[in-house]
Design a protein around this ligand. Sequence first.
Ligand code: LLP
Length: 434
Amino acid sequence: MHHFRYNGSNLSCESVDLADVARLYGTPTYVYSAATMADNYTRLKNGLAGLDTQICYAMKANSNIALLRHFANLGAGFDLVSGGEIQRVLAAGADIKSSVFAGVGKTEAEIKLALENGIFSFHVESEPEIARINHVAGKLGVKAPIAIRINPDVDAKTHAKITTGKSENKFGIPFKYAAAAYAAAAKYPNIHIKGVQMHIGSQLTSLAPFVEAVTKVAPFAAELKEKYGIDYFSIGGGIGIIYQDALASGSPEWWSSKPEAERPLTPEAYGAALSPLLAPLGLKIVMEPGRYMVGNAGVLLTRVEYLKRGEGRNFLVVDAAMNDLARPAMYDSYHEIVPLRRDTGRPAFLADIVGPICESGDCFAKQRQLQEVGEGEYLAFLSGGAYGFSMASRYNTRNLAAEVLVHGGNFDLINARETFAQQIANEQIPAFLK
Ligand code: LLP
């Protein structure tokens, strides 16, 4: 469920008319719903009610500091993957004491920053990393809390580029070597073994892989509790969201019209399936959802620049491009595209919806049907809150988009559109060229 719907013929976010945002701040602009994010957090938390849980929002999905502050206010910690992300949490006025630090390539400086700020735990990906964390902790005179990331070799049945739990992926320590890795970790004087971690992939749309992975790793977690006194089990992120019927899925009627078997993954179903497997462990359960928390809480607004009628094909050229929203070009992913002014009187037409970048990959949708629209009209890309702005680039010297946060009937600019001067601020021409 989310808070984007047509209010008469106008697409709104909570009680804000999105065309007002587009007119005031221009396009391309990302717009997020504070209420949708709060609901997503609360539903997941309640889905596992009865267990001691900590949601660590995987901020790589969207790391705007206003969103971080919103989640911190709700009680979330963060799943961090770089020193930059640690600094963002601090800049948001939050702390990292309930946060976990993941990633395969943590540098000494990043480990130091995390320890100095009281990180809850490191999610370790290799034995050399344990040695490095031990070394840095020793220099600081502290014990570093860690969990080892186990690769449970479960097929998440998702896009190849975002599956992580198979043995051929670079992530985690293979299950069969996990016991040896823990034994090795226990020998380091500055390491405190605190938990166990797994994450099998992203955009999982069925429960089965989650159930399979938890079932596989839970007995091992119990063994580690016995042996090393661990106190938490992180079950990772990966809960998928709706891309195909994104707009319709904002209404409760859409959900109740679906037979149980066809209903997409919900946080309630996720909690109901996993809670009975996790409860007997008596461990704190850490979750690291990224996409689920913000994906359906954000849209990207764009303006139609041209309708180009090609041979047997229409091209709708919009002012957003693959640098603003990379997912379609990178993963062939689907985003629903809808007009900000719905006019049911207009004919429908088929078009390729493309950006202005000089690459044929800069295409958001091929032969998509939508209401006929023309120059100056606005469209919204739905389900754009996760891995949208956070994966944006400046390709073709395009300024990074603006970001806006809606709260009830109000909206605030939370990231001003980048300027050309900001883009080139660090570039310089060396003396030999002058
Ligand atoms: N934990 C770990 C260790 C991860 O590697 C990830 C995501 C998450 C949690 C959060 O996963 P989520 O709940 O968001 O599925 N750029 C891609 C997604 C890459 C996901 C990377 N890891 C996309 O746009 O689909």
